[in-house]
Design a protein around this ligand. Structure first.
Ligand SMILES: O=C(O)CCC(=O)C(=O)O
Ligand SMILES: [Fe+2]
Length: 286
């Protein structure tokens, strides 16, 4: 992976990487296993159901307010790193290879995330460990499998509402054929193209804070589709929740004053704001 194009990398909002060390066949296997899981009878899937006040497990959009229009999606949410945090009651044993393949994918995504965080630091003329160090020893990776069934009224409902990710960065495996993910640029939505064999890297709110706003965490959404279902897998790279996250000293000067407060447990804050229909980043902005 060659990220040493300083200037180009700096303006990264999302980036597709192909040279990530995983074969196209391996990525296809993950999609296939995910699809097999979502295609199981409800009775089987509900063995892994999310409990009401939990995040992990199988289920629909979380209900955070009674005025909410639910996202048109089925999800399976699992903490995949560190190993000690695995809650296997939520990990499917059907299809049979699901767990083994997810372990392998997680190990690869962890390495890839760290390479990307190093490349981001280098592109800003910082020591390569600057971002990683701030995120602490106890980083966590959460995986969210998204399944978007066909929807008869795609104009009335979204697969995922507009949001930015609360992670440091997110590694997204998109459907191999069906588009639907869109990014907001100014007032316009544009489609994230499908690049065969690629993973899409998305900057999250916490990398925006660390970089003092040089990297931007983009607002994105997912459309529904009346003809085809769609699958994706997002893995969120989450800093140690007890570490303080703040703009790196070296990225603050007179021309670029400090833009964000010091935050801790940003994901907790994220849900509080999201619930009130506010962009969680507002909590961090000075
Ligand atoms: O389905 C997608 O392509 C994106 C999903 C997403 O934005 C998320 O899970 O945070
Ligand atoms: Fe997202």
């Amino acid at each position: 992976m060659d990220f040493n194009h300083g200037a180009a990398f700096r303006f990264l909002v999302f980036k597709q990487v192909v040279n990530h060390g995983m074969s196209a066949e391996f990525l296809d296997e993950i999609r296939r296993l995910a699809k097999q899981f979502f295609d199981l009878p409800m009775e089987e899937k509900s063995k892994y159901s999310r409990e009401e006040d939990e995040i992990e497990g199988y289920g629909n959009d979380m209900i955070l307010s009674n005025q909410q229009i639910l996202d048109w999606t089925d999800r399976l949410y699992l903490t995949v790193y560190p190993k000690e945090s695995h809650r296997f009651k939520y990990w499917p044993t059907n299809p049979e290879r699901f767990r083994a393949v997810l372990h392998e994918y997680t190990a690869n995504v962890k390495l890839l995330s760290e390479k990307i965080l190093k490349a981001m630091a280098i592109s800003l003329d910082l020591n390569e460990d600057s971002f990683i160090k701030q995120y602490g020893e106890e980083v966590k990776l959460d995986a969210r499998f998204n399944f978007y069934p066909r929807c008869r009224n795609p104009d009335l409902v979204l697969g995922v509402k507009p949001h930015a990710d609360g992670s440091a960065i997110t590694i997204l495996l998109q459907d191999e054929e069906v588009e639907g993910l869109q990014f907001l640029n100014g007032n316009e939505w544009f489609n994230a193209p499908i690049v065969p064999g690629a993973l899409l890297i998305n900057v999250g709110d916490q990398a925006e804070i660390t970089s003092n706003g040089i990297f931007k965490s983009p607002v994105h959404r997912v459309l529904t589709n009346s003809e085809r279902e769609r699958i994706s897998l997002a893995v969120f790279y989450l800093p140690d929740w007890e570490k303080e996250i703040e703009p790196l000293e070296k990225l603050i000067d007179e021309t670029r004053p400090r833009l964000y407060k010091t935050v801790k447990n940003f994901v907790g804050l994220y849900f509080q704001y999201y619930q009130q229909g506010q962009r969680p980043m507002e909590a961090a902005r000075i």
